[in-house]
Design a protein around this ligand. Structure first.
Ligand code: ADP
Length: 288
């Protein structure tokens, strides 16, 4: 078959037995179908679906932030006004003590109401979008690498997995952990844009030590600029022309929400390495 290109040629091979008059197998016909185009279309579709899901999630988060800001600003404004009134009365020694106590009680009530608004938002996120289940972290890593397959191939990045042989069960929001992998791998790929194609390597190690699962994503790029080091995880920090500066901040919030840690760590080579941990679930009952 003519090979459309070296990287993404797929074939479907079928062996059809050929029988003689005594029903004995005489040989096989080998049918080879070039399914490269179909596979490319599938992978493009998968990429588009992922981008759409990501955009929908970002959009939903944006809407929620706007709604929370709106709902919380009024109680905060009221709390501030009551507090000012109390301070004025106490400083001047004027006003009725019972009335001042009433204002302080209102502050307490309003603060409780504000906290209920925040809890409602948190439950919404936890229940719908980010339901937790127990799964093997290695499985989600493989899914994430597959998801980014067409992107990494296009960028000529060689992704190598050095996975723990034992299961790494964690209890987490599967989509959220996938998001962490995707953000870290995508950053690694983007960091290697100026590296020669043959040297674009991302290595991902997974292991477990003392009931803590550890993941290290290491690349071969220029590494972290010294003046960026302490700002990496801040929201809106970016050194990229079209960056949003949300990727690492989202990673940190997801990992810390799951009882883990995430940081940039020194590398063996000259690139960058990001390490995150999550608590291991011992004898976990798998949900999938
Ligand atoms: P964005 O990708 O939109 O810039 P991030 O929060 O994901 O937002 O990353 C913030 C910044 O951290 C990047 O702009 C870059 O300067 C730095 N950074 C992240 N990952 C790497 C990496 N693997 N190598 C070098 N710098 C990185």
């Amino acid at each position: 078959l003519p090979l459309p290109d070296r990287q993404e040629t797929c074939a479907h091979v079928r062996y059809v037995p050929h029988f003689n008059m005594d029903s004995q197998v005489r040989g096989f016909f080998v049918l080879i179908t070039d399914i490269t185009k179909r596979k490319r279309a599938e992978s493009l579709l998968q990429k588009r679906e992922y981008e759409l899901a990501h955009a929908v999630r970002l959009n939903r988060m944006g809407e929620m932030v706007a709604e929370i800001t709106h709902e919380i600003s009024q109680p905060l404004f009221a709390i501030s006004n009551f507090a000012k009134a109390c301070t004025t009365c106490l400083e001047n020694g004027t006003g009725d003590t019972m009335e001042t106590i009433g204002w302080i009680r209102r502050i307490d009530d309003i603060a409780t109401m504000a906290s209920a608004i925040l809890n409602r938002a948190k439950n919404y996120l936890t229940d719908k979008e980010f339901a937790r289940s127990t799964f093997d972290l290695n499985d989600v890593l493989n899914e994430s690498v597959e998801l980014l397959g067409s992107d990494t191939r296009r960028r000529h990045v060689n992704v190598q997995l050095v996975c723990s042989k034992s299961r790494l069960d964690v209890s987490a929001g599967r989509v959220q952990i996938q998001q962490v992998f995707v953000n870290l791998i995508r950053n690694a790929c983007e960091a290697m844009e100026d590296v020669s194609e043959v040297d674009r390597h991302v290595t991902i190690h997974t292991s477990c030590k003392d009931d803590v699962v550890e993941v290290i994503v290491e690349d071969n790029g220029p590494g972290i600029a010294p003046d960026s080091a302490n700002k990496l995880f801040s929201t809106f920090f970016t050194t990229k022309k079209n960056g949003m500066g949300m990727g690492l901040a989202v990673c940190r919030s997801i990992i810390e929400d799951h009882g883990g840690t995430i940081d940039s760590v020194p590398t063996t080579g000259h690139g960058a390495a990001f390490r995150f941990t999550l608590p291991l679930v011992l004898d976990g009952v798998r949900d999938e």
